[in-house]
Design a protein around this ligand. Structure first.
Ligand code: IMP
Ligand code: MG
Length: 178
């Protein structure tokens, strides 16, 4: 696995430190609210679990699964819901936890979709953002790191379902996906 990595850009310690900062801010901002963190499967699982573990106010969690990429490294621009939420979200203050914002198409769709359901608020927490690739403007309330326009893996992010278990954020060698 390590042979496919071009460069580690954020190590485990740095990632955790940043996520703890985001959790602290969320704990302050959502005091007395009806917080529900919605993790987007599967890329966000490691980020979402670190995030909620460090939130110290009452908090519910749920997951959605969407598809946009398939096994290719380019977005199709089409978002499909593969798994919806398990419970009613009426009146909740939702934070969508996502691994990375690339074109922004996925989060634009999800934010609009959740806002149609009588929720109190919808905000976004993303571990990573690739601003150079944005096609739709997205407001990210809680952002970990900006990353360059390269294919990123690790800390939940995959290429063809692999590399999610790497405990750091890394750039994948081009020859692996080209
Ligand atoms: P968007 O809709 O283009 O913003 O794409 C968001 C989704 O594409 C993320 O949830 C990731 O699953 C996937 N994605 C985008 N860029 C990368 C990357 O560099 N590595 C791995 N997955 C990525
Ligand atoms: Mg993904």
């Amino acid at each position: 696995m390590i042979n496919d990595i071009k460069e580690i850009i954020i190590n485990e310690e740095e990632v955790l430190l940043k996520i703890k900062e985001l959790s602290k801010k969320i704990s302050e901002d959502y005091k007395g609210k009806n917080l529900l963190v919605v993790g987007i499967l599967k890329g966000s699982v490691i980020f979402a679990s670190d995030l909620i573990k460090n939130i110290d106010i009452p908090c519910e969690i749920d997951f959605m699964a969407v598809s946009s990429y398939g096994d290719s490294s380019e977005t199709s621009g089409v978002v499909r819901i593969l798994k919806d939420l398990d419970h009613s979200i009426e009146g909740k203050d939702i934070i969508i936890a996502e691994d990375i914002i690339d074109s922004g198409v996925t989060l634009d769709y999800l934010t609009k979709y959740l806002k149609t359901r009588n929720v109190n608020s919808v905000k976004i927490a993303a571990l990573l953002s690739k601003p150079a690739r944005r096609k739709v403007e997205i407001d990210v309330e809680y952002l970990g790191f900006e990353v360059p326009d390269e294919f990123i893996v690790g800390y939940g992010l995959d290429y063809a379902e692999k590399y999610r278990n790497l405990p750091y954020v890394a750039i994948l060698k081009e020859e692996v996906y080209k």
